[in-house]
Write a protein that binds this ligand. Structure first.
Ligand code: 48F
Length: 258
């Protein structure tokens, strides 16, 4: 068989466009493809919801690839290990309540299992704004990351979603946009982003699950964004909380959308 270059190009463009059009409307849109966003996507897709994740970078996985200071290992607690087990990621016990996993195996497996569960990932797209209506957040405003990086003056496009998750990590970029556009209306003590505190694994991990919340109608925070919004410490290369937060936000949204 002779390969036709144009057929290859058509297959790519048609395949991509079909999915892009399909995901103009969805149940849940996730911003950020780190461990919390991927875990949320896995559980939401597995529950039968139509869910897409938008990631600025070429690669998915956020801060998990590099372990701690480029030593490519991550540590999780017992509850995090349960989730790693469910994904099929191997780990080794280190001490009571501490388990060590390979960060490359963990990141690639989370990504693969989430896609296979039905999560649609659009990489190379940046969320630059949200759609805000009377009932709350109703969708995301997207542009190509290359447009953002080049500083080109090109207008974005929009997608509609029943719920949005800010899983953009330390910068909590989606909540930041909402705060900037509507003022102190967030579900926090003073309506504003409280700001991330300095590293303290024990307190940061403990606070994370409680901070995984609906911060504005139809807008949820998960992962490091939760602690940044609610004023709790960062926790460094312990990742159990990120996984549990991703599962928790999925449970909250499944409950609400049902
Ligand atoms: O930072 P990230 O891994 O978030 P996470 O799931 O996990 C945090 C840990 O990696 C680590 C930690 C563990 O103790 O503290 O930091 O909370 O992944 C966030 C992803 O969001 C993308 C970003 O490129 C990264 O891959 N992202 C950030 N802003 C945007 C975005 C945006 N505006 N549009 C699209 N993607």
């Amino acid at each position: 068989m002779k390969l036709d270059d144009i057929k290859i190009s058509r297959a790519i463009v048609e395949g991509y466009m079909e999915e892009l059009l399909d995901y103009m409307e969805m149940d849940v849109a996730i911003g950020g493809g780190g461990p919390s966003g991927l875990t949320a996507g896995y559980y939401l897709a597995r529950a039968g919801l139509k869910v897409a994740l938008f990631e600025r970078k070429l690669s998915i996985g956020g801060g998990m690839w590099g372990g701690g200071m480029m030593f490519n290992k991550i540590v999780v607690q017992d509850e995090g290990k349960e989730i790693l087990d469910e994904f099929g990621v191997r780990s080794k016990p280190y001490d009571e309540g501490y388990h060590v996993a390979d960060s490359v195996e963990a990141t690639s497996t989370l990504c693969s299992r989430a896609c296979q569960a039905g999560l649609k990932i659009f990489n190379l797209m940046s969320i630059e704004d949200v759609m805000i209506r009377d009932e709350g957040i109703t969708g995301l405003v997207l542009n190509w990351s290359s447009v953002e990086m080049a500083g080109l003056h090109v207008d974005p496009l929009t997608v509609r979603a029943g719920a949005v998750i800010d899983a953009t990590g330390h910068d909590c970029e989606i909540v930041k946009v909402v705060e900037r556009k509507i003022g102190p209306e967030l579900n926090t003590p003073d309506g504003r982003i409280q700001g991330e505190r300095s590293m303290w694994a024990d307190v940061g991990e403990a606070a994370l699950i409680d901070n995984t919340r609906e911060v504005y109608p139809n807008l949820y925070v998960a992962g490091m964004a939760s602690n940044a919004v609610y004023g709790a410490p960062r926790m460094g290369p312990i990742f159990g909380g990120m996984l549990v937060s991703g599962r928790r936000v999925a449970e909250m949204i499944i409950e609400k959308l049902k």
